[in-house]
Design a protein around this ligand. Structure first.
Ligand code: IPD
Length: 293
């Protein structure tokens, strides 16, 4: 059957590649850094420029489509996923990596209809790896099919996670309790690429068995969530059950077995949801400042 979203996905891949070129060019110059919800939640002019580039290009081609974009939400736009065709955009996932030229940064474009992700594009632009997935049609990296690892023993797994950008000591304590529990399972190792989407693409590629994080946003994980499931992986909430992309909690694993072991191991908590009213999202403007790197 003809794919109704084929040309839409082709456009997403083309615009992700173009956005990646802008990101790589910017790495060769100065980067003006500002902070958002905390002193370590960074944003640069390149994040904003790339998001505008993607949104403009999509608006011209698909004028009725809607958007959820990291920087648009930071600027006060709503973060509601309706049934309408919606582009979920993270212009640079791994902004801290970008600021430090740590080489894992990704342009993420998810596309959802009826609240279901139809395709996902994650472009790791420094590595020049284009990860794509179309619902029901598999996941690929530069056109090669992806398959999760077949290792089901968590004791022989590598688990990826991140520390996020919340420095509330109570939150940091919970993150460290989880990390301690995971290390003591024991696992072969813990890794973190500095980008939620890249960690999830590592799960899809079979390099790590699982990734978990509490504190991610819908734009970090929407595109990559389909890449994981189409590569044969499993998505689960940190307390078990289905993942809610707005909940800011995710386990992406190679199997139900590994995901369920992590559910028993992680210390769960609930940050304010992405679709909460802006006043409940705890944005703290006292951290706003700009500096060049
Ligand atoms: C962040 C990165 C980071 C993760 C944070 C994300 P950003 O996204 O994915 O690895 O720990 O939770 O918000 O801000 O670089 O787009």
């Amino acid at each position: 059957m003809a794919d109704p979203w084929e040309s839409t996905m082709d456009h997403a891949v083309a615009i992700a590649r173009k956005a990646g070129e802008v990101v790589c060019d910017a790495l060769r110059g100065d980067r003006m850094v500002t902070t958002k919800s905390s002193a370590v939640d960074l944003v640069t002019q390149t994040d904003q420029k790339v998001e505008q580039l993607i949104i403009q290009s999509v608006k011209e081609k698909f004028p009725t489509h809607r958007f959820i974009g990291e920087e648009s939400v930071a600027a006060g736009e709503s973060c509601i996923l309706s049934d309408s065709p919606t582009w979920i955009i993270d212009p640079i996932d791994g902004t801290t990596n970008f600021v430090h030229a740590f080489p894992f940064v990704a342009v993420c474009i998810g596309f959802a209809v009826n609240k279901q992700v139809e395709f996902g594009v994650v472009y790791s632009c420094i590595e020049d790896k284009m990860f794509t997935a179309r619902r029901g049609r598999g996941a690929f990296c530069n056109g090669e099919p992806l398959q999760v690892s077949q290792q089901k023993a968590v004791e022989q797994a590598i688990v990826a996670t991140e520390f996020g950008s919340d420095r509330d000591p109570e939150v940091v304590d919970k993150i460290f309790q989880s990390l301690r529990n995971v290390l003591c399972l024991p696992v072969h190792g813990v890794r973190g690429a500095g980008s939620a989407a890249m960690n999830m693409c590592l799960v899809a590629s079979g390099c790590v068995e699982a990734y978990y994080e509490i504190g991610v946003h819908v734009w970090d994980v929407a595109a990559a969530s389909l890449i994981v499931s189409e590569a044969g992986g499993v998505l689960m909430d940190v307390e078990g059950g289905e993942v809610d992309l707005m909940s800011r909690r995710i386990i992406a694993a190679n199997s139900k077995t590994v995901a369920e072991r992590l559910v028993k191991t992680i210390v769960a908590f609930s940050p304010p949801r992405d679709d909460a009213a802006p006043s409940d999202r705890c944005e703290d403007s006292t951290h706003l400042s700009a500096r060049k790197v």
